[in-house]
Structure formats: C-alpha cells, structure tokens
Design a protein around this ligand. Structure first.
Ligand SMILES: [Zn+2]
Length: 579
C-alpha cells in the first residue's frame, strides 16, 4: 500500500481511497482474507476485502478470487438470455421478421453480450480449462438462433447453426480472442498491455498466450506516431496522367522520354497468389539499363498493399546502394498501387506503418545524399537549358497504370510473382491487414471443421453444403419457406414418424396419396402439384435430392412454394366465385 501511495505521489495522482475495493487473487485453497490497513489521514482506517466467494466488478468484468471468471460468464449468460428471450417475440414459425434480419439481431444483441470480455478468459485454439465456460456461452446463443429461425422445438441445434451461419460458442470465442490479439499489435509502446506482453515470466501469462496465438512474427503499428492535428503532405503527383488507362499509359511513356538520361528509375510491384502466398519484385534502371533487381517472398499473412509497400522499400534501398547512385540525378519510384503512392507522403497509421515510414526516410536520404558539386552544377545548367527549374535532386513516387506493357513495370511484375513462390525470410513479419484476414479465414475454416466433425445423422439423403459464416442464400428465403426447408432437412416437422415419436394423438399421418408423411416424400409423391418446377433451376436440371441438399435446390423449392400457394389461392377464389 505504501508503494502504491509513493508511486501516486511521484506521478501527481491522487486516489479516492473511500472508493477502494480489495480482492486477494490466489489459486491456493486457503481462507486467509485479510483487510488492508490504510495510512492515517485518509478518512477511513482500512479497506475490507471482498468475501471469499464474492466477486469484484471492474470495467464490467466480475473478478473472482481464483480468476476462474465463472461468475462473470454466468452474469453475461443471464443478460444474453434476456435478449434471446426478447427475440422470441419477433418471430413465429411461419410469420415474423425475415430470418436474415433476425440473424442481424442475434449478432448485434446477443453475441456481443454473451462474449463480453471473452479475451480476458479465453485462449484461442485451446479449450483447456475453459470448456465449461464455452458451454455457458452456448446456452443463450442456441436460444437466440432458435428464436431467429422458423424451426420446430426439437430441431437439432447443429442444423440451426448451419442455417443461420453462426458457429457454436467455441469458434466464436476463438474469433473474439484472436481479434483482440490483433488489436494488441495496434497499441502504443507505452500501453499497459504492451508492457504485459513483453514482461519476462516463468510461465507465459494470458496476455502472452493471446499474442502467441497470432501467426508468424506480428508487425506492430503505433497509433500515436502522429498527433491528430498533423496534416499530411498532399499526395505526390509529379506527372499529370489522363483519365482512361490507354491515355495514362501514353502520357506516362511520353513523360518518361522527356526526363534526362541521368535520372534513376525504380519499378516495384507486389503480388499475391491464389494460395495466399505473397511476394515482391523491383528493378532499378538508369541510362536505359537495368543496374539492380531483386525479389522476395513475404509469406501468407500479408496483403497485396503490404507486399507493394515492402517491394517499394526494397527497391529504394537497392537504388541507394547501386554503384552509380551518387552520379544519378532525380529518383523516380514507379508502382501501380495508388494507396501506397498516396501514403508515401501521408501519415501511415495502420498496416505497414514501419515499412512506409522506411520508404519516407529513404526518399529523404536520396535528397540529402552527398554529391559531387561539379556534377550538380552541370545538371543545373542542363535543366536551365531545358527551361526547367532545378531545385536540387528530387526523389518522388509516381503512380503508373499496371499491366499496360510499360517496360519496367512488367519486369517488376514478373519478379514479384517469382518472389511469391519463394519462402519468406527469417525476420519476415505478418502484417496487420494480413492478420485481420487470417482471423476471418480461421473463423470460416473452424466453422467448416466443426460441421464436418459433428455426427452426420443429418446428412441424408446426401450431405448438406458446407456452412457459410454469414448470410446464406437459404437465410434470405421467406420465413415460411425456410420453415418448410428446415423441416424437410431435419425430419422435425409434420411427419408421421415425428408425430408418433412425440405421441401426437390427433395428427394426420398420411399424405393425400395414401403414403405415410415422411421427409422428402413430396419430391416423389404423384399428387404433388407442378412437380416440374422443382426439377429445374436457371436452366439446370436438378436431381430430386438436390432440392433439399443444395442452395439452388432450396431456391427452387421456394419458387415452387410460392407458385403452389398462388395456385391454391386462385382455386379458392374461383370456388368462392362459382359458389
Ligand atoms: Zn404423397
């Protein structure tokens, strides 16, 4: 206590000790729970501790003595259950809000509440010790998606997760924790979490485990690198290019021809393959000859933007190190990514911040490099003869239209796609944007993995499509049509077997054709009206099974339901008219 007060005094902070609370954190089975005595002059003598089984609420998180977070999760569960129960009012079986809108309500009102502060107690990729907590989160989640979908009460939750596009709690919690880990990469160096991440510990702390869950060596960005009132310099536009790409290409090449032969040119490009691997390539040219070139692989957790920025930095470095650099005049770095070009004079705050700062300092280095005064004078005389103003050597970044046959750009493009095939260097870092994509990809992949792993009693007559972590086309069907689809897919609906299983005494068990009501029976029944509508979707002939097991089949089913309903309505109107 004395140490805390001393620190406060040194940092000019005054504590309101009257508002203090106390909790002892320990995993040991001891019942010691002493109060802490306050130094005199603070109004009260001591702070009394939280009871042994009690919790202390801090920033909305219930801390318990063993840091098990069970009380916290239970409180969040109760809150989320209230929201989930409220959702039940909005949707019935055949009527109610559209399922896609209900899904939005679940992701906005139930998920964030149920997983509040999950990064404090959940380590991604492992459910050691927190399995029980995940099942506590599952409860309100399942209640909410059941309310969102028009399904019979007994429909398996597995199918509901599949239809609504929200995975079970374990996968959601993994995503929440991973996302918070990527946010840690965007904290300033003085942040308390940065300190917690770097502090050497015998066993890794929770914060360190979160950080280690990220792929590769994560890059970091400092959000406080520039004061909010700093204005960025305008983006470089040393040459006015036209509107359409052909004209842009022409004017770029014309401008390039007017430049003096002593100018140095850097062409760079980044590339991303379909398997996610990235690379960059660069070419340095002077007096029409290539004097340096290179390529590098940047690994799988990097975006095209980052690859472009890294290739540009490497190209500029190569130009500065080139043997004739001290003899050259201006430096022109040309690339086809406008976002990167604009940030070479801007204030990079997010992904690739360090790389772009490196680019800015290399450009500055070129302008400030030591030069032979005779050469400089000669260049000034040439510029004067050409009617140009020469205020020292320029180093500028130019945007050019990509894939338009401009010589250096094509060479850099080739090198970049070669670079993407090579392995990343040892000190390569995953970029912020790359890690954010990684979180989304892992979320989708984990969802699919879970679907494939869980028992396949629903996979009849043939497997359902893999789940989509978002709004699927099935979810966009009208509520009543989705209800029919879910019933037919799960067998939990108006079917003979189902009625018998749950002892529905007064249920009608047979179809009008005389057969027992069964899932998918309507596809084979000879009394089904307009069967041809079920067999065709957008010029494709559908197999009968496809109606229930594929997305386009579901759409054909919806169209058929609309048509038969209208026919029945017309029949009803006709009968009423004739009567
Ligand atoms: Zn029938």
């Amino acid at each position: 206590m004395d140490r805390i007060l001393a620190w406060c005094k040194n940092n000019a902070v005054q504590l309101d000790l009257g508002k203090s609370e106390l909790i002892h954190l320990t995993r040991r089975r001891i019942t010691d729970n002493p109060a802490v005595r306050l130094p005199p002059g603070h109004g009260q003598e001591q702070v009394s501790p939280t009871p042994l089984r009690g919790t202390l609420r801090w920033l909305g998180v219930e801390l318990d003595r063993k840091l098990s977070f069970r009380q916290h999760v239970l409180r969040m569960q109760a809150k989320a259950m209230t929201a989930a129960n409220a959702l039940k009012m909005l949707g019935g079986h055949a009527r109610g809000a559209p399922p896609a809108v209900m899904r939005q309500a679940v992701t906005a009102c139930v998920l964030p509440v149920a997983t509040y502060a999950a990064e404090a107690w959940w380590t991604p990729g492992t459910d050691r010790g927190s399995k029980g907590l995940a099942s506590l989160v599952d409860k309100p989640l399942r209640a909410a998606i059941r309310a969102a979908l028009p399904a019979w009460r007994t429909t398996p939750s597995r199918l509901l997760h599949h239809t609504v596009g929200i995975p079970p709690a374990r996968v959601v919690l993994d995503m929440v924790a991973r996302r918070s880990a990527t946010r840690m990469a965007r904290l300033d160096p003085a942040h308390v979490l940065t300190d917690a991440r770097l502090r050497p510990c015998e066993r890794p702390t929770h914060v360190q485990r979160l950080w280690r869950a990220l792929p590769g060596r994560p890059e970091r960005a400092n959000p406080l690198a520039y004061a909010p009132w700093t204005n960025p310099a305008p983006p470089p536009r040393p040459v006015a290019l036209g509107q359409d790409r052909e004209e842009q290409t022409r004017s770029f090449e014309e401008w390039q021809r007017t430049r003096p032969p002593t100018d140095m040119w850097v062409f760079s490009d980044g590339s991303k393959k379909s398997d996610g691997s990235t690379g960059g390539g660069w070419v340095v040219r002077c007096t029409g000859r290539t004097i340096a070139e290179g390529k590098a692989g940047y690994g799988r957790h990097v975006e095209v933007f980052d690859a472009e920025a890294r290739a540009l930095r490497a190209g500029l470095q190569a130009a500065l190190n080139a043997p004739g650099a001290h003899l050259a005049g201006n430096l022109w770095a040309c690339l086809d990514n406008k976002a990167v070009v604009d940030l070479t004079t801007g204030l990079p705050r997010g992904t690739s911040q360090t790389t772009l700062q490196g680019v800015q300092s290399l450009l500055h280095k070129w302008r400030e490099r030591p030069q032979d005064p005779t050469l400089q004078a000669a260049r000034r005389a040439i510029a004067a003869a050409r009617g140009e103003e020469n205020d020292g050597d320029q180093a500028n970044v130019v945007w050019l239209p990509g894939h338009k046959g401009i010589d250096g750009n094509e060479a850099a493009d080739c090198l970049a796609s070669d670079g993407a095939k090579t392995a990343a260097a040892e000190n390569n870092r995953s970029s912020l944007a790359g890690m954010e994509r990684w979180v989304r990809t892992m979320y989708r992949e984990d969802f699919k993995c879970w679907w494939e792993k869980t028992s396949d009693d629903l996979q009849r007559p043939s497997p359902l499509p893999l789940p989509v972590a978002g709004v699927s086309k099935e979810l966009k069907l009208p509520r009543a049509h989705l209800a029919r689809l879910l019933a037919e897919r799960s067998g939990h609906g108006d079917f003979a077997e189902y009625h018998q299983r749950f002892h529905h005494e007064d249920a009608v068990l047979n179809c009008v054709c005389g057969a027992r009501k069964a899932p998918a029976h309507f596809l084979w029944c000879h009394r089904t009206p307009m069967p041809s509508l079920l067999r065709r979707w957008r010029g494709r002939v559908l197999a009968r099974e496809e109606v229930l097991t594929t997305t386009h089949g579901a759409q054909a089913l919806s169209r058929w339901l609309t048509a038969t309903r209208n026919e029945r309505l017309e029949d009803g109107i006709r009968q009423a008219w004739e009567a």
